[in-house]
Structure formats: C-alpha cells, structure tokens
Design a protein around this ligand. Structure first.
Ligand code: AMP
Length: 249
C-alpha cells in the first residue's frame, strides 16, 4: 500500500506546479472520467470529446498497448494481465498515469478513458485532483448483452488504434483503417471467453465506482444504448454545464 501511494505521490508532486499554473490562467482545468463497461463506447466518445473540448484523450489501455508494441518492461508485464481480461496491478497503472498527466499538454485538463478501474485508483487519484480541477464523471450505462455483441465484432487498427465493427461500423475497404491505412485486427482480449471475464472484472472491481462518484456528487449517467450522435450531444452538454457551474458557482 505504501509503495502504491508513493508511486502516485511522486508522479503528482511533479505535476502539481503545472496543474496550478493551468488553474491560474482563468478557471480550473477540467478532468473528465469516462466510466462504463468494456464496449460501452468510452473510447469512441472520448476521441470526439477530446476534439470538441481540446483536451488530451488519455486511455490507459492504449498506453499499455503502446508499451507492448515497443516491447518495454511495463508492456511485457501488463500484457499477461490484459490478454486474460484481468486488471493490471494498481501500482503499475498509477505510476504510468502519473507520468502521463504530468506532461504539459494536460495542464488545462484531460479526458480519462479506462481509468480509474478500482476503488484504490479512484481514491489515490481523487486526493490529488479534487480541489485543483473540476471533475466530471460520465457513466455510459448499457446492457451487458449489447456490449458483448459490440466487442465480439470489434476490429481495431494496429497502427492508430481506431475502432471499427464488422457489422455496425465497417471500414470502406475491408481490413484497412479509414483513418491511417493500417491493418485492422481483432484484439486478443475481444474473444468470447476474455470478453466474459472482462465483464466479470468490471462488475466486481469497477462498477462500485458508480456509487463512489455518485456520493461525491460528480456522477452523470447517460443511456449508452442510444446512437453515437445522441450520446455525444448529451455528453457535450453535461461537460459544458459542469464547467459553467464551476466557473460561476
Ligand atoms: P481497455 O482498452 O481500456 O479495454 O484496456 C485494456 C486492458 O488494459 C484492460 O483489460 C486491463 O488489462 C488494462 N487496463 C487498462 N486500464 C486499466 C486500469 N485503469 N487498471 C487496470 N488495468 C487496466
């Protein structure tokens, strides 16, 4: 536990002057947390929200895949967990995230996709962020059979990570990414057995965060079974409203 906290403290001590710098500009920076089961559309929505609000999109899953692609020690350690649909240990995730949010592009805030996924992660993160940043938690609420169908047909670009779907979001040319021309593949953790395990892990370890953020008064749930554009409109409105309250309240 001590090691876990000190990892995060170290990473954030270096981030604090920059966080305060952003805050001094004119208002608090905004940190958006995307909650929801695997396949609820967090990644797709986070990419669009990132463009809309000019905030970096930080996906811990993408960071691990980046490490794996570059064959780093962290990438090798995380792959064993990810490929089985298990969570990577908190200390590794927190350390990696702390380094990322200390980068200057995060000064005015950022959008977190896939973090936090445990109560420990949420508590450690919240201690540093609440007070210096406006926190907006967006919970994408969707039935498990819908996400199982979505994930089972998901194709991901090996180059840029852009998601497609075999039925609902086909690329123009089969097997080729519309965004960058990279090859599309099925993620190792998008197979039936692993999807089942990921949902089990979500249920036991991540779902309790809904109540945690509800109690903090920062939870906003949306029906993520709707079409992408309606969800995006709702999420955009929620972030804008939260920012208005924080700047004038
Ligand atoms: P994702 O792309 O968000 O579905 O993440 C893929 C995998 O990366 C997960 O199944 C976990 O193994 C790992 N991972 C990503 N974010 C976290 C996190 N916050 N805590 C623990 N493991 C994570």
């Amino acid at each position: 536990m001590y090691r876990f906290m000190s990892f995060f403290m170290l990473a954030l001590v270096s981030a604090v002057p920059m966080l305060q710098g952003g805050e001094m500009a004119d208002s608090k920076g905004t940190v958006v947390i995307m909650l929801g089961p695997p396949g609820s559309g967090k990644g797709t929505q986070a990419v669009q929200l990132s463009e809309q609000f000019k905030l970096p999109h930080i996906s811990t899953g993408d960071l691990f895949r980046h490490h794996k692609k570059h064959d780093t020690e962290l990438g090798r350690k995380a792959a064993a967990y990810s490929e089985a649909g298990e969570l990577v240990p908190d200390a590794l995730v927190i350390d990696m995230l702390g380094e990322r949010v200390a980068q200057p592009d995060c000064d005015a805030g950022y959008i977190l996709d896939g973090f936090p996924r445990t109560l420990n992660q949420a508590v450690a993160f919240g201690k540093e962020i609440l007070g210096s940043h406006e926190l907006v938690v967006l919970n994408l609420d969707v039935e498990y059979d819908v996400v199982t169908e979505r994930l089972g047909g998901r194709l991901t670009c090996t180059q840029c990570g852009h998601p497609f779907h075999k039925l609902f979001n086909k690329p123009v040319r089969e097997g080729i990414c519309d965004e960058c021309g990279g090859a599309l593949t099925q993620r190792k953790d998008d197979t039936e057995d692993v999807i089942r395990n990921r949902l089990r892990v979500y249920d036991t370890q991540t779902k309790p965060l809904i109540q945690y953020y509800q109690d903090l008064g920062v939870l906003n749930s949306v029906d993520a079974g709707k079409d992408k554009q309606s969800i995006f409109t709702e999420l955009t409105g929620t972030i804008k409203a939260a920012r208005r309250v924080s700047n004038h309240g």
